[in-house]
Design a protein around this ligand. Structure first.
Ligand SMILES: C[S@@+](CC[C@H](N)C(=O)[O-])C[C@H]1O[C@@H](n2cnc3c(N)ncnc32)[C@H](O)[C@@H]1O
Length: 242
């Protein structure tokens, strides 16, 4: 295999976006992706952001969070537990354009955990009420750069309190390390292919600074988290809910 060029974003499509996997196969892909998320410490940066966003909020406050490209919904279930433990009333919505994601997310969510799983393209979604926070994980690298800029503008206008993008750092070590780990762990071929490609489709800090400038967003924070997560967040400094 040729050594990839990490100086620019790759534009080959991920298999999960273009192949029509039967439900059972797709479930195996998303189960392995959930394991990848656990091993690569996906949740702490997003939960840390929500902790900062809700600092000083009284117990009993409603917390509205929208998750874009939820997959099988593991992040929203984590957020539901996190919010409930802190005495908040979570009102969570996931948006994903793949109908199989809704089927699988519903099947994996306990009956007493109320989460709305919306099926559709996020650019066609208009929330009835503004979410306090709009988050995503391993999602923005699926989009071409002009659409990421469009997304930044949209979430800046739509979220009342802030937004957080949890994605990957385009780096040779992340690509090599993931490829080796995925081979040893014998993850689904789609996860092996798409995981390595995701790193090549992902971003370096300069990409985010450029896209934020294009979207006219001045004070977002671009931060690296273990393991090779490159995250972008903005707290709007909105008032604590009554
Ligand atoms: C790699 S998965 C990430 C799943 C999950 N967030 C995670 O961290 O494991 C990316 C998800 O984004 C969804 N997606 C891609 N483009 C989308 C769009 N324009 N609107 C809504 N969902 C989209 C895909 O269907 C897929 O489920």
């Amino acid at each position: 295999m040729a050594w990839p060029d990490f100086s620019v974003r790759a534009d080959e499509p991920e298999w999960m976006d273009v192949r029509d996997y039967p439900l059972e196969d797709f479930a195996a892909v998303l189960d392995d992706l959930e394991t990848v998320n656990l091993v690569t410490l996906a949740a702490p940066p997003t939960l840390g952001f929500l902790g900062r966003l809700t600092q000083g909020w009284p117990a009993g406050s409603e917390l509205r969070v929208a998750d874009l490209g939820y997959g099988q919904g593991g992040m929203l279930r984590r957020i539901h537990r996190w919010a409930t433990e802190r005495g908040f009333r979570p009102r969570l919505t996931g948006v994903d354009m793949n109908p199989r994601c809704r089927t699988l997310a519903q099947a994996r969510t306990p009956g007493d955990m109320e989460i709305t799983w919306h099926e559709g393209d996020l650019f066609d979604w208009a929330p009835a009420e503004r979410p306090h926070a709009i988050i995503s994980a391993l999602f923005t690298h699926h989009l071409p750069t002009p659409d990421v800029i469009r997304l930044l503008r949209w979430q800046e206008a739509t979220a009342s309190h802030g937004w957080f993008v949890n994605d990957l750092h385009r780096h040779w070590f992340a690509w090599g390390g993931f490829s080796a780990l995925a081979f040893v762990a014998r993850w689904h071929p789609c996860v092996r292919h798409d995981g390595a490609l995701s790193v090549r489709r992902a971003f370096v800090p300069a990409d985010w600074h450029h896209m934020l400038a294009e979207a006219a967003i001045g004070d977002a924070a671009v931060r690296w988290h273990p393991l090779f997560r490159l995250c972008v967040g903005r707290l709007k400094g909105a008032a604590v809910p009554e």
